[in-house]
Design a protein around this ligand. Structure first.
Ligand code: NYM
Length: 201
């Protein structure tokens, strides 16, 4: 294994519209890093396994109604409840590949302030219309073209020069190769002692 007790894991986030390929590429990256002997885990937000996650899930599946602000705060709370475990894992040398984090729709809100900042954000870039052509949206709230257009604009506002923008319409294997290269660089930099930081600080 290339990890040692002093090196930390990297916090790597994949963002993109629904159907941009985040979930497949996240599990590819996990296998890739594990194959290289790195300690790595796959996380996703929302994490539906917690109480807060259950509230989010029932909202997303139209089983409950909540106003937008409440939902944003729940999404944020869902990250806060995982913050200390996240920090523990990273400090113990485990790299986290996170399928969505703070940047989807409203991630600029104050409740995000103080969460751990990703070492890398990989944005799988796809036109909302192209994403809609891919095998059907699952029928959850937000999985509609009009809404995804708004989300795409929101991502445009939020993203900065540090994000790696990947064209999500390339062949899957090409995307996979590009992601592997970028992620390996990031993991190495973190192992060499790049400090953890907080969002928006
Ligand atoms: N979502 C996800 C938000 O609206 N805000 C957030 O902070 C996060 C993490 O949850 N359509 C939305 C985006 C998705 C929905 O996510 C469910 P997934 O990855 O399909 O389980």
């Amino acid at each position: 294994s290339e990890s040692n007790s002093e090196s930390r894991g990297a916090l790597i986030v994949l963002e993109g519209l629904d159907r941009s390929g985040k979930t497949s590429q996240s599990s590819n990256l996990l296998k890739y890093l594990e194959g290289l002997g790195h300690s790595a885990e796959l996380w996703r937000f929302p994490d539906r396994s917690t109480d807060v996650g259950q509230m989010i899930s029932s909202y997303l599946t139209n089983k409950s109604q909540l106003d937008d602000h409440t939902v944003h705060i729940l999404f944020s709370a869902n990250r806060w409840e995982k913050r200390s475990l996240m920090e523990t894992k990273l400090k113990s040398g485990t790299t986290l590949i996170v399928d969505r984090y703070s940047f989807f729709w409203g991630g600029f809100l104050a409740p995000e302030d103080g969460l751990l900042a990703p070492d890398l954000v990989l944005y799988l870039d796809i036109q909302p219309e192209k994403a809609a052509e891919r095998a059907g949206y699952g029928g959850e709230r937000y999985e509609q073209l009009e809404f995804q257009r708004k989300v795409a604009r929101c991502y445009e506002v939020l993203r900065d020069a540090s994000w790696k923008i990947i064209d999500a319409c390339q062949p899957m294997e090409d995307i996979e190769k590009q992601l592997q290269e970028i992620v390996l660089d990031c993991v190495t930099i973190c192992q060499k002692g790049k400090p953890l930081s907080n969002l928006w600080s």
